[in-house]
Design a protein around this ligand. Structure first.
Ligand SMILES: *Cc1c(COP(=O)(O)O)cnc(C)c1O
Length: 470
């Protein structure tokens, strides 16, 4: 399996060649040259597999330059009860017949990003040990991504993490998750500023090519191909858990921000998993809903991003969306390049009236958005009707999923975080505190370790140079 760029300007690469990279050299995103297909016989054989074995079967179709036995061992080491608190790894909770939540938040940071990031930590360590290289991961976070990356990379040989976060702007639980880590390879930098300041610093540091090369700066953001590939696995697992036979068709509802999660659903469907519908749910930041409704894709200036109670979906543009558009345009890389030359300049494109946009129904996508009031009402009704507490992001997905529910077809809503991460909204909805999963009760009282800095890229560079060990 080789990987090419959505913008056509990259010679084919192997899985491990693109593993540590971010954007392709031409600014595009890495994509497999073709989607591997899953035969009915394979689908039948996969139905009963434990999660780690299923992950191996799916991933080996995408990754053929790690020896099979090693890839199998990496999957077995990643998807354990010790890390994900349950043997199922992704437990299915049935609310009523035909309506399910797929639990993707049982990992160490209680959000779905662990599903891929935990594997990435082990893959990075394996590949770096093989080549004898080191990497310094630099990132900016407003919450879930940063903690997930830190818990995946903590203690890993060859890897340091420098994570910028806006000081005083994250939920107390998110802060405690990150800042209580005492591992020597994890560096939390709290920036006096907002999330955009953090992101600007990352951009400034990464655009200094000399510094980037010397300090071996890398990233683990949501466009990383291995993350998308690892997420494909739970669509298969969720399908098997919610159905009795491989003749059934299902709908998945996905709380969406950067389009990484639902992009994996699209790929699972392209591989042959019988998904009838992919329900894309956003909060008030609805660039993607606008596209699926009108054909116009218009990134917003970051000043127009609405701060919501489902903050991990507060985006101005959806960084993985280019992968889907590449498929929608019949993999015409020149056209993708042309469209994104406008998007990257802050402009827009519009596919309305083109045969591409008319073919969108063939891909199973439907969409809708949800508001703060919808989230609270959904959290309340799920708690009252089923005795189950859900978080705000999952509530967005469930709300929009139910709007598109079809009688006789199972609806599987992805649970992307646990309520304890967003306690304030739970108190507002239910008038009580969320439950603490075991092991997290004292997290907020542990000693915290972080460096407080001004929003100054040069100062951050100096800090990295002092601590990177390069
Ligand atoms: C990151 C995140 C999302 C959005 O996922 P994308 O892959 O960016 O679409 C949704 N919910 C939670 C809790 C998240 O952390």
């Amino acid at each position: 399996m080789r990987y090419i760029s959505t913008r056509g300007g990259m010679a084919p690469q192997t899985f491990t060649q693109i593993l540590l990279g971010g954007l392709c050299p031409d600014g595009g995103l890495a994509m497999p040259e073709h989607y591997p297909q899953v035969s009915p016989a394979e689908l039948a054989a996969w139905r009963g597999l434990p999660y780690a074995d299923l992950a191996y079967e799916v991933l080996r179709k995408f990754c053929d330059d790690i020896p099979a036995a090693d890839l199998k061992a990496l999957c077995a080491k990643t998807y354990t009860k010790a890390a994900f608190r349950t043997d199922a790894i992704t437990p299915l909770k049935t609310l009523e017949p035909g309506l399910h939540l797929l639990g993707l938040s049982e990992g160490p940071t209680l959000a779905f990003k662990d599903m891929a990031m935990q594997l990435l930590g082990n893959l990075f360590e394996y590949v770096l040990a093989r080549s004898g290289e080191r990497i310094n991961i630099l990132g900016a976070t407003s919450g879930d991504t940063g903690s997930s990356a830190e818990y995946a990379m903590r203690g890993k040989r060859g890897v340091n993490v420098f994570m910028l976060s806006p000081y005083g702007k994250m939920s107390p639980f998110q802060v405690a998750q990150m800042f209580s880590l005492q591992d020597k390879n994890i560096f939390n930098i709290a920036v006096r500023g907002v999330f955009d300041d953090c992101q600007d610093i990352v951009k400034a540091v990464s655009s200094d090519a000399e510094f980037k090369a010397r300090q071996r700066i890398g990233a683990v953001n949501s466009i990383n191909w291995a993350r998308v590939a690892a997420q494909v696995v739970y669509y298969f697992r969720g399908y098997f858990a919610a159905t009795r036979s491989n003749g059934e068709r299902v709908a998945f509802s996905v709380p969406s921000g950067n389009f990484g999660n639902i992009c994996a659903g699209h790929i699972a469907r392209m591989m042959g998993l019988p998904i009838a519908k992919l329900v894309l749910a956003t909060n008030e930041n609805d660039v993607l809903v606008e596209f699926f409704r009108t054909g116009a894709y218009r990134g917003r200036p970051s000043s127009d991003v609405v701060q919501t109670s489902s903050p991990s979906m507060d985006i101005s543009k959806a960084s993985n969306f280019e992968r889907f558009v590449y498929d929608l345009l019949g993999r015409d890389a020149d056209m993708v390049k042309q469209l994104w030359s406008r998007v990257d300049m802050g402009g827009e494109f519009n596919l309305a009236g083109t045969p591409y946009f008319s073919s969108i129904a063939d891909y199973g996508f439907v969409s809708g958005s949800s508001t703060h009031a919808d989230r609270l009402a959904t959290i309340r009704s799920v708690y009252e009707n089923y005795g189950v507490m859900i978080d705000t992001h999952t509530a967005d997905g469930l709300k929009v999923g139910l709007d598109h529910r079809e009688p006789g077809m199972a609806l599987i809503c992805l649970e992307t975080a646990l309520p304890v991460k967003f306690a304030e909204a739970i108190r507002e909805a239910l008038g009580r505190n969320p439950d603490y999963p075991s092991g997290c009760e004292n997290l907020e009282s542990l000693p915290q370790r972080f460096e407080l800095m001004d929003a100054d890229a040069e100062a951050v560079k100096a800090y990295i140079a002092r601590h990177s060990g390069v």
